[in-house]
Design a binder for this molecule. Structure first.
Ligand code: HEC
Ligand code: HEC
Length: 189
């Protein structure tokens, strides 16, 4: 039966699913910063499309309870209900992830791979950096935001899930390492 429905109404490629009615209005607000299809065009503002559902939900809860302080989102986050958060997680995780940032500068892949394999980044973020569960997708993310996130973890400004692992893996990174990792991940499809 499902196949019949699908062939009668073929999905138009590139057209994002409509947000669930409960959060349709909210999503318009989110879009002004995170982009209409969850792909951000604003510096230091992350793309959300294709992030794991659970990761999005956790971050929204952290922002609502103030564990993660994002000034520009504070007013919005504190009014989110649990249902809003579940629907926003389901919606943004269902959108097609950003494509590899084509203007990411070429990096010394050997050097980056050494840093990444020493710190087992791929064991949590997955080999293709698409993320899983509470762990973020990194592939195709804006490089400026990746630099900001890693610098915030390194400085202890942002604390996340899991006993500060992100702080542990970033504390020994130099600025050049962070920039190189960010350019490498941004260029990943
Ligand atoms: C005024 C701009 C603005 C609006 C509106 C906004 N955000 Fe954000 N959001 C940001 C910025 C900037 C960050 C990154 C903060 C940081 O650097 O830690 C962020 C971070 C996030 C994150 C964490 C993502 C990650 O990769 O760590 C999620 C999830 C998120 N926003 C969801 C939403 C949702 C859902 C809405 C609408 C209900 C929304 N935001 C509205 C600016 C905004
Ligand atoms: C033990 C598992 C683990 C390892 C190893 C790990 N990460 Fe993470 N990473 C996480 C989790 C979990 C989060 C979400 C943290 C939070 O809740 O704020 C995260 C978040 C991030 C973020 C923020 C993404 C966003 O959208 O906000 C970046 C960037 C990141 N990791 C990069 C890396 C890099 C680069 C490495 C290797 C140097 C690495 N991670 C190693 C588990 C891990």
């Amino acid at each position: 039966m499902a196949a019949g429905v699908l062939s009668a109404f073929p999905l138009v490629p590139g057209l994002a699913a409509d947000p669930p009615p409960g959060v349709a209005e909210l999503v318009q607000t989110c879009a002004s910063c995170h982009g209409p299809e969850g792909v951000s065009a604003i510096v230091n503002t992350p793309s959300l499309a294709g992030q794991p559902d659970i990761f999005i939900q956790y971050q929204l809860v952290f922002m609502r309870d103030g564990t993660r302080q994002v000034e520009v989102m504070q007013e919005i986050a504190k009014n989110l209900t649990d249902d809003n958060i579940r629907e926003l997680g389901a919606y943004y995780s269902s959108l097609p992830p950003p494509s590899a940032q084509s203007d990411a500068p070429a990096v010394d892949a050997g050097k980056v791979n050494a840093i990444i394999s020493q710190r087992h980044c791929d064991s949590c973020h997955k080999e293709d950096f698409s993320g899983q569960g509470e762990t973020a997708r990194l592939a195709g993310q804006r490089p400026d935001y990746l630099v900001k996130a890693l610098s915030d973890f390194r400085a202890g400004v942002r604390r996340g899930r899991g006993m500060g692992t992100m702080m542990e893996v970033s504390v020994t990174l130099h600025d050049q390492d962070i920039q190189m990792i960010a350019d490498y991940l941004a260029g990943k499809p």
